[in-house]
Design a protein around this ligand. Structure first.
Ligand code: PGA
Length: 251
């Protein structure tokens, strides 16, 4: 079977239940023509049910933007992986830079969230990426290692086939500025090296995220070590999806 590249939409705190259901339905329709591309979408928690209903029976995977490390309990405002599963969600984004930087979820906490999500049967998109200051001071690789080390603990587990990494340089997210081909290839190579070194595993898909849009998606997907993209702003409109899907299918 051909391994499909993944275009994953991170809808962040956008699209209420009505709009999320509408877009998920449009994507479900668009997915019928896809041969090389999988569509994954992560609506906000309050819009997940309508998106999951609209995508039901199609190839579109619906996921959570984060999940907690416990099944239930006194954690106001959090969402559990068990509830996500009950809703029919199949993956979770963990360790997104907005969670790390705005909500102060550190590497240890991201690891706990990733472990619980994976144990609950969700695929995990584990996000890593350096700030501009870290890149400029030559610390990209050490930051990637520090952020990834929690993931290494999961790579020996039976659910390791359900792990993906998203390389998202913080300075490229929502910035209209994408990392260069060389920067993406370099970081992906390092991530793959770290995974190999820690676990011998060579098959974890690595997505790139950070201002992916119709006009650059093709050149990014062409990079050898890129298994797909995690897309924020450009994943909120069907027209942009159509253009990105066409580009992906053409490769
Ligand atoms: P962006 O967001 O595509 O709007 O830069 C990507 C992300 O945060 O996952």
């Amino acid at each position: 079977m051909v391994k499909k590249r993944i275009l994953a939409g991170n809808w962040k705190m956008n699209l209420g239940p009505k709009d999320a259901g509408l877009l998920a339905g449009q994507l479900a329709k668009a997915s019928t023509r896809l041969k090389k591309t999988e569509i994954w979408i992560a609506p906000s928690a309050l819009s997940a049910q309508s998106a999951a209903e609209a995508a039901a029976g199609s190839g579109v995977k619906v996921g959570a933007q984060n999940v907690h490390w416990q099944e239930c309990g006194a954690f106001t405002g959090e969402n559990s992986a068990a509830a996500a599963r009950e809703l029919g969600l199949s993956f979770a984004i963990i360790g997104h830079s907005e969670r790390r930087h705005i909500f102060h979820e550190d590497a240890e906490e991201s690891a706990k969230r990733a472990a619980f999500a994976a144990e609950a049967g969700l695929a995990v998109i584990f996000c890593v990426g350096e700030t501009l200051e870290e890149r400029d001071s030559g610390r990209t690789n050490s930051v990637l290692k520090a952020q990834m080390s929690p993931l290494f603990k999961l790579l020996g587990k039976p659910y390791r086939d359900n792990l993906l990494v998203a390389y998202e340089p913080v300075w490229a997210i929502g910035a209209g500025r994408t990392a260069s081909v060389a920067e993406i290839a370099g970081a992906h190579r390092e991530i793959i090296r770290l995974i190999l070194e820690s676990s011998g595993l060579g098959s974890v898909p690595i997505l790139y995220g950070g201002s992916v849009a119709p006009d650059n998606v093709e050149s990014i997907l062409k990079i050898d070590l890129v298994g797909g993209c995690l897309i924020g702003g450009a994943s909120l409109e069907i027209k942009k999806w159509e253009a990105m899907l066409t580009a992906s299918e053409s490769l």
